[in-house]
Design a protein around this ligand. Structure first.
Ligand SMILES: [Zn+2]
Ligand SMILES: [Zn+2]
Length: 335
C-alpha cells in the first residue's frame, strides 16, 4: 500500500515532528488516499516490479522512489508492537555525516558531496525487546567497623539482603541484514519516546520483521540484562553496608539470581544508513542512530589528499626539493 496525496497525487511520508503524513511535493497534510498493492506485486505508482525482501514490511520503489508499506505481511507474530520514532530527517542525517567527517584532511571528497544528499535511507530495524522482573539475593558474613566515642569496634555479622528489580526494555537486534556488532555500537536507544505501532509510521522508510524467533535471542538478552542488574544490586548492597569489608567481587560471586517474570515483543528502532562504493569496489557504510544521532563509520582515505597534507606539514622542515620527493614517495604512482 502507498499513501497518495489527495491534492497532487504524490507520495506522502510520515513526519514524526508534525505527527502526520505529509506530501513530499506540495506539503499537503490532509488525509491521504490509500492505494493497496497491485495483485502482481508491482509499484502502484509507476508499475515497476517492487521485489521486496522476504522479511520486508516497508520499502521504496527503486524506480520512482515511492514508499510502500506491506501491511499484509506485518500480521500475527510479524506485527510490530511499538516503534521508536526518529528525531531526524534523511537530509539532517546526511548533514550530520558531513559535519562529522568533512574536516578529515585525507577524506575522499566525493563521498559527502551535495549530489549524494538523497542517498541516505531510513531503516526501522527489528528488535526483540525483553522485559524482566528479577529477584537477587546475597547471603553471607561481613565485618563492619562501628565507632563508639574514640573507640572503633569490628563486628562480624551474617546478612541476608535481597530485592526484586524490574529490568525493562532490553533490546536485541533481530535482523540478519544489520551487522550485530555495529548495532551494538549505535545503541543505546531510549524507550521514553516509544509509540504504539501504526503502519503509516513506515511510509518514508525501509523496515522488516524479525528474521528469527525470540527464543534465539533469549540467552544474549539475559546476559545483557544480568550485567546491568548486577551493577544495580552491587550499588544497593554496598550503599546499605558502607562501613563493611564487602567487595563487589564478593557480591558478584555469591549473588543468587532468579527470573520472576520474562516477556518480549517485536519493536522497530530507527537507524539511518548511507553507503558509498569506491571505484575499487570497496564499500563504506555509515550508520546513525535515528534517535540519539550516534554515528558509526570510517572514512575512505584519498592518497592524493593525504600526500598533499603531509607535504604541507613537512614544508617548514624539508624545503621544496624535499617536499617533491615526499609527495612522489607517498603517491607511489597509484592515484
Ligand atoms: Zn501533494
Ligand atoms: Zn514505482
Amino acid at each position: 500500500m502507498f499513501y497518495r496525496c489527495s491534492s497532487c497525487g504524490s507520495n506522502m511520508v510520515y513526519n514524526f515532528n508534525k505527527k502526520t503524513l505529509e506530501c513530499l511535493n506540495c506539503g499537503n497534510m490532509d488525509a491521504p488516499e490509500l492505494l493497496p498493492a497491485t495483485a502482481d506485486g508491482n509499484c502502484r505508482n509507476c508499475g515497476a516490479p517492487l521485489e521486496p525482501g522476504a522479511y520486508d514490511i516497508a520499502g521504496r520503489c527503486p524506480y520512482c522512489g515511492t514508499y510502500h508499506v506491506y501491511e499484509e505481511k506485518a500480521v500475527g507474530e510479524h506485527a510490530p508492537v511499538r516503534i521508536i520514532p526518529t528525531t531526524l530527517t534523511r537530509i539532517e542525517a546526511f548533514r550530520l555525516l558531513q559535519k562529522e567527517f568533512n574536516d578529515y584532511i585525507c577524506l575522499v571528497p566525493e563521498i559527502f558531496s551535495e549530489k549524494r544528499l538523497n542517498e541516505v535511507r531510513t531503516e526501522y530495524v527489528p528488535y526483540w525487546v525483553f522485559h524482566y522482573t528479577v529477584r537477587m539475593g546475597y547471603s553471607g558474613q561481613l565485618r563492619e567497623s562501628v565507632h563508639r566515642g574514640d573507640e572503633t569496634i569490628i563486628k562480624t555479622r551474617h546478612i541476608n539482603f535481597s530485592f526484586e528489580a524490574v529490568m525493562d526494555n532490553v533490546p536485541k537486534d533481530a535482523s540478519d541484514r544489520m551487522p550485530d556488532d555495529i548495532m551494538d555500537e549505535v545503541e543505546p536507544f531510549h524507550f521514553s519516546t516509544v509509540l504504539d505501532f501504526r503502519p503509516e509510521y513506515l511510509s518514508g522508510a525501509r523496515a522488516e520483521y524479525c528474521n528469527h524467533p525470540s527464543q534465539n535471542y533469549e540467552k544474549d538478552a539475559f546476559e545483557k540484562m544480568r550485567a546491568k542488574a548486577l551493577d544495580l544490586f552491587c550499588d544497593k548492597l554496598l550503599a546499605a553496608y558502607p562501613h563493611s569489608d564487602l567487595t563487589e567481587g564478593d557480591i558478584r560471586s555469591r549473588v543468587q539470581f532468579n527470573i520472576v517474570k520474562q516477556t518480549c515483543e517485536f519493536d522497530l528502532l530507527p537507524v539511518y544508513i548511507y553507503e558509498y562504493t569506491m571505484e575499487s569496489g570497496k564499500k563504506f557504510t555509515y550508520y546513525i542512530n535515528g534517535q540519539t544521532k550516534e554515528i558509526y563509520g570510517s572514512v575512505p582515505v584519498s592518497r592524493l589528499r593525504m600526500a598533499l597534507g603531509c607535504a604541507a606539514a613537512a614544508a617548514a622542515f624539508l624545503g621544496v626539493a624535499g617536499i617533491v620527493n615526499l609527495v612522489l614517495i607517498l603517491l607511489g604512482g597509484a592515484l
